[in-house]
Design a protein around this ligand. Sequence first.
Ligand code: VGL
Ligand code: ZN
Length: 201
Amino acid sequence: MRPADEALIVIDVQNDFCPGGALAVPGGDEIVPGINALMAEFQAVVLTQDWHPAGHSSFASEHAGQDPYSVVEFPYGPQVLWPDHCIQGSGGADFHADLTVTRADLIIRKGFRPEIDSYSAFFENDHKTPTGLEGYLRSRGLSKLTLVGLATDFCVNFSAVDAANLGFEVEMRGNLARAIDLDGSLDVALEGMRSAGVTLS
Ligand code: VGL
Ligand code: ZN
C-alpha cells in the first residue's frame, strides 16, 4: 500500500470514450484492467466523469455548419467541437462496466455548465472556474497524484498540467492512458506536461 498522501486520479473512463462510444478513443478500454490493479495500491482513489447537459456548447451539433473536431473561438479561447458525448444520465456517460467504481472515494463531475467545456479535473476551460477538486485533495492531505485515463491529450493532459501548476507532485502513467491525437495533439500534450514538471512514466 502506498503512503497516505498519495491519490490515484482516474480520468473519464466512460463508455463514450471507449470503442463503440460517441467519442471513442482508440484502445480506451484496454487500460481498464491495469487501472483496477493500480487502484489496489492506493489509499485514495478519485474518478472524474465528463457530464454534459444535452445541447452542450462544445457539441458540433450546436454550431450550424461546423463538423466535429473543428475548432472555433469561444469567449475563453479556442474550443474543439466534439460529437455529442457523455450526456448526463446516458449510457455513454456511465463508467466502463469493468472499472472498479466501488473503490472511488470521490466522483467529480465536470462539463455540466452549458457554456463552458471542462477538460481539467481542476478548472473549467476558462482556466478560472474551479471544480472543487483542489480543496478536496488538500483538505485530505493528498499531495502526490498519479493520473491515468482518457484522453491523454485532452482531459488527462489538462488535469496533469493544472495539478502541477497548483503545486501537486504529479505522475502520468502513459501505459494506462490513451489519446485522441488530433493533428499531433498527443506530442504537444506530452511536451506540455513535461515542461509543467509532470513525471511521465
Ligand atoms: C474529453 C473531449 C471532450 C476527455 C472530454 O475526456 O479527454 N475530450 N470531452
Ligand atoms: Zn466532454
